[in-house]
Design a protein. Structure first.
Length: 419
């Protein structure tokens, strides 16, 4: 199917100073930080139980492995509902949809905090996953619409900064709060933060219309748009590779004799991820393809170091730096690539990306567990390295659509007259 009409509309919106949300010359930082906080809440809500498993399992009267499924059911809720809910709410105004999704988080985290029944807790976690699918399919496109065309990459990078902040700072902070005041307080703190965010969204985040009935994209049609399928493939396999190692990093480091240093290794990884977010935001407008290649190569180098030279503590930390530098910008790169490739069907492409992202996260946990039982944790870096080879190949292959050498908005920027 030809995508020329969509491309023409996108180019017109990118160069027309009167386009909605794109007439401004600067980034709406306060609004983008609100989106980053929403990303932080969704990411932290998903992973928070990982640091609170012993106390949660005692209070809920189930094993730690059963409590660990609160993370899995969250991912399942996102994967099952992101696409149908995105299609069903395509006509909603964007701010109303964002407020609805975040209110879902407030409800789900409150129920999780007060529940003493395992089944009710699992249901609340599933609802949180549903809200995440709705939010994730919306947030990248929302950030793009707030910014002028030549700053859209930076806008997405700011919004996506909530992910490494949640992983590097949020999970340790939530675990500390849970150990100090109880795990229920940690979830109630998430509710309080979400309530503050709802007011922030109303006050600072601009509203945009949804899509008319005739404009709403079809998922299967979106898959036929050049570039969408390569981006989705890279998303599925890259996130799967990352999750296999990240989900079991504590076990892996413990087997290396570095169990007491898990927090420090994750802090190094998180700091490098934040640096990667900054670099990605600065360069993505002109170097999307280079960033995609560099991300996969850096994570592959980290896996190779861990596979071959993990007996050196210093090189483990070097691997953590390379891993963070490679991974931190991946959400921005992939969501930007999906939005560019999807054109007017960007929301549909984002919904499929969110679905595959969470399928990969759930699959990474399962495959990692199988590998751990069957082979041992030393198999993790080799598996990551093996999975990243086709990722690098597809990014290199998709040079015309998916991961082009030059983004359309970069061309539009260079053609803009000086003001």
């Amino acid at each position: 199917m030809s995508t020329a009409p969509d491309t023409a509309q996108s180019a017109a919106a990118a160069t027309n100073p009167q386009s909605e949300g794109e007439g401004q010359r600067k980034l709406p930082l306060l609004a983008l930080l609100a989106l980053a906080t929403a990303v932080f809440i969704t990411s932290l809500t998903e992973t928070l139980p990982a640091g609170l498993l012993p106390a949660m399992s005692r209070d809920l009267g189930v094993s730690e492995s059963a409590t660990g499924q609160t993370v899995t059911v969250y991912a399942i809720g996102t994967a099952l509902t992101a696409i149908p809910l995105t299609a069903a709410t395509a006509g909603w105004r964007r701010r109303k949809l964002l407020l609805t999704a975040m209110a879902g988080f407030a409800l789900a985290n409150t129920v999780t905090a007060v529940s003493s029944v395992y089944e009710l807790t699992m249901a609340a976690r599933f609802v949180a996953g549903v809200a995440a699918g709705l939010a994730w399919a919306l947030l990248a496109g929302y950030a793009r619409r707030m910014a002028p065309a030549h700053l859209q990459g930076k806008a997405i990078a700011i919004a996506m900064a909530g992910i490494p902040v949640a992983l590097s700072l949020g999970v340790p902070a939530g675990t500390f709060l849970g150990d100090w005041l109880g795990w229920r307080v940690a979830f109630l703190a998430m509710t309080g933060l979400t309530l503050l965010l709802l007011g922030w969204i109303v006050a600072a985040v601009p509203d945009f219309p949804g899509q008319g009935r005739g404009e709403r994209p079809k998922m299967l049609r979106t898959l036929r748009i050049p570039g969408v399928t390569p981006v989705l493939f890279v998303t599925l396999v890259f996130v799967l590779a990352h999750t296999i190692l990240y989900a079991y990093i504590a076990t892996y480091l413990d087997d290396l004799g570095l169990g007491d240093s898990t927090g420090l290794v994750l802090l190094v990884f998180g700091a490098a991820s934040l640096a990667s977010i900054w670099i990605t935001g600065a360069q993505i407008n002109r170097r999307l393809r280079a960033l995609g290649i560099a991300s996969a190569v850096l994570v592959a180098l980290a896996a190779a170091l861990l596979a071959v030279l993990s007996d050196s503590t210093a090189l483990v930390y070097v691997a953590a730096v390379l891993w963070g530098l490679g991974w931190g910008g991946v959400p921005t790169v992939l969501q930007t690539a999906a939005g560019d490739a999807g054109g007017e069907s960007a929301d549909a492409a984002q919904a499929m990306l969110v679905t595959l992202w969470n399928v990969a996260m759930a699959g990474g946990g399962v495959i990692g567990g199988i590998l751990l039982d069957a082979v041992g944790s030393e198999s993790f870096p080799w598996t990551v390295l093996l999975l990243l080879l086709p990722v690098i190949a597809v990014v290199l292959y998709a040079r015309r659509a998916g991961f082009p050498a030059r983004r359309p908005v970069a061309a539009a920027e260079s053609a803009e007259p000086a003001v």
